[in-house]
Ligand binder design. Structure first.
Ligand code: IMP
Ligand code: MG
Length: 187
């Protein structure tokens, strides 16, 4: 294991198992809304959403289309700049569409809050949120995921799409970074 990895907190098996369960709940929700064949617009924020989006898609049973946006809210470091900026926008109109945001992790919640408001201004039929991880004690705004796989502590995590300095996104598990080592780490 890489020396910057302190502890694995979620194995691939655990994530897969839980994603299956939650994807079923999401499927049931939209089924109960009787939206018919209308494709749900799944929106992922690059780059962190990719592994979880893949995992979720495998288990989501309804008609959907996948769209991606690029939002910057973090610098290259482990602290949020708190000012989300849309670097790559949607290229479809979302008026009257059902939007499901597929997020990797909620930390301060600032990015999601900003994005939910941004979508709402465009008059979609609904905006829902599913997140793989939720740092509940780190929220700085009042935002709640409609579905989540795991609550996690307020620690800096990598793997399953999460990075530090663009590394570790490909780890097939979620792990805690050794922030003491990171402070003086030479890449
Ligand atoms: P928020 O706006 O503070 O909620 O941060 C949202 C984004 O910051 C997430 O979608 C991630 O891309 C990134 N982020 C938050 N916490 C972590 C972490 O522990 N590791 C890696 N990226 C994170
Ligand atoms: Mg993200």
């Amino acid at each position: 294991m890489h020396p910057l990895i302190k502890e694995v907190i979620l194995s691939k098996e655990k994530i897969d198992e839980r994603t299956k369960i939650v994807a079923k709940q999401v499927t049931e929700h939209y089924r109960s809304q009787k939206i018919g064949d209308e494709p749900i617009v799944l929106v992922g924020f690059l780059k962190g959403c990719v592994p979880f989006m893949g995992n979720f898609l495998e288990n989501f049973e309804l008609n959907c289309q996948t769209e991606y946006m690029l939002i910057s809210s973090y610098g290259s470091n482990i602290k949020s700049s708190g000012k989300p900026e849309i670097l790559l926008d949607l290229r479809i109109p979302i008026e009257n569409r059902h939007i499901l945001i597929v997020e990797d992790i909620i930390d301060t919640g600032i990015t999601l809050d900003f994005m939910v408001n941004y979508f709402r201004m465009q008059n979609p039929k609904s905006v829902k949120i599913i997140t793989m991880l939720d740092k509940v004690t780190a929220h700085k705004v009042d935002i709640k995921a409609d579905w989540k796989c795991f609550d996690v502590e307020d620690q800096f995590l990598v793997g399953m799409g999460l990075d530090v300095n663009e590394r570790f996104r490909n780890l097939p598990y979620v792990a805690v970074v050794d922030v003491e080592k990171l402070a003086t780490w030479k890449w």
